[in-house]
Design a protein around this ligand. Structure first.
Ligand SMILES: NC(=O)c1ccc[n+]([C@@H]2O[C@H](COP(=O)([O-])OP(=O)(O)OC[C@H]3O[C@@H](n4cnc5c(N)ncnc54)[C@H](O)[C@@H]3O)[C@@H](O)[C@H]2O)c1
Length: 269
């Protein structure tokens, strides 16, 4: 779906690739950019930065609060007239602990933000898209949703679930012959700060700007799935044909992905 003249809602739109995609949406002539984020300071700074570029609506929303999600969507309908493109981008990762060290609180929060919230938000907005027979939902998952990387088991679980859910909804809409489309995105590590400290000796850590551009392009082309970099489209192929221990050796040891999280610090603030 084209971004020109569209109302674009981006969760987590006050930082990282969400913020860059918001700027790109305005550059492409979006009618309105709607940002939902939990970080008040960052939303205000983003709104001030983008003010001269177009109509920007900011809402402080903790997306794990489904009542707030529902009431803010009603507010958006009043103030902006609805949502044409939803980008579920907000996400979190909690530390680099092995699973035995994880707390129940972090497990629940990670799944709430990365998996359940995109479902609840989509459930709120999709019926209106279906009524109009127009719309696009883009879910930002992760390559961690295809690779069982150690020291991020809960994050990986949240993104595996996000990919399965997102692609299933895509097929449902396709079966309905609906003009509402779903794009699932699975990026490798991106240099936004969220995964500060990770090391990737062979595969390059992705740059935020080109990554955001690839996602916007995937939305505009109604692409079903986009691995970033493109080679990640073949992960499942390699998983299918290689014995698991050979796959572990190639991706874990040769590419060094299984030790990527060893020096993870994440955002310090
Ligand atoms: N950075 C990476 O290496 C990487 C790799 C693959 C996938 N991803 C995914 O891409 C998406 C964006 O990542 P990023 O690197 O731009 O992250 P980021 O940390 O820069 O931005 C995430 C935003 O989400 C917001 N957020 C967090 N919890 C929220 C909540 N409960 N309610 C509302 N907003 C909330 C944060 O305030 C922040 O503004 C995430 O879903 C992430 O899992 C990131």
């Amino acid at each position: 779906m084209k971004l020109k003249n569209a109302n674009v809602l981006i969760t987590g739109g006050a930082s990282g690739i969400g913020k860059i995609m918001g700027r790109m949406a305005l550059e492409k002539g979006a009618k309105a950019l709607i940002i939902w984020d939990v970080n008040q300071e960052a939303i205000e700074a983003t709104a001030a930065e983008f003010a001269s570029r177009g109509r920007v609506y900011i809402y402080k929303v903790d997306i794990t609060n489904s009542l707030l999600v529902a009431s803010t969507y009603q507010q958006i309908k009043q103030e902006c007239g609805g949502v044409d493109i939803l980008i579920n981008c907000a996400g979190i990762v909690r530390g680099n602990k092995t699973f035995d060290q994880q707390t129940e609180q972090d497990i629940r929060l990670t799944l709430e933000v990365n998996t359940i919230a995109p479902m609840i938000i989509t459930k709120e907005i999709l019926p209106d898209m279906l009524r109009r027979n127009s719309g696009h939902i883009c879910n930002i998952a992760s390559a961690g949703g295809m690779l069982s990387n150690p020291k991020m088991s809960v994050y990986a679980a949240s993104k595996w679930a996000a990919i399965g859910w997102s692609d299933s909804v895509r097929i449902e809409l396709q079966e309905m012959k609906s003009n509402v489309h779903v794009t699932t995105i699975a990026p490798y590590f991106i240099n936004t700060g969220m995964f500060n400290g990770v090391k990737s000796p062979l595969l390059p850590i992705q740059k935020p700007e080109p990554t955001a551009k690839k996602i916007i392009c995937a939305i505009e082309r109604n692409q079903t799935f986009r691995g970033i970099p493109f080679g990640f489209h073949f992960i499942r192929f390699w998983q299918a044909i290689l014995p698991i221990r050979v796959f572990d050796f190639v991706f874990g040891t040769v590419f060094g992905i299984y030790h990527a999280m060893d020096n993870f610090t994440g955002r310090t603030k």
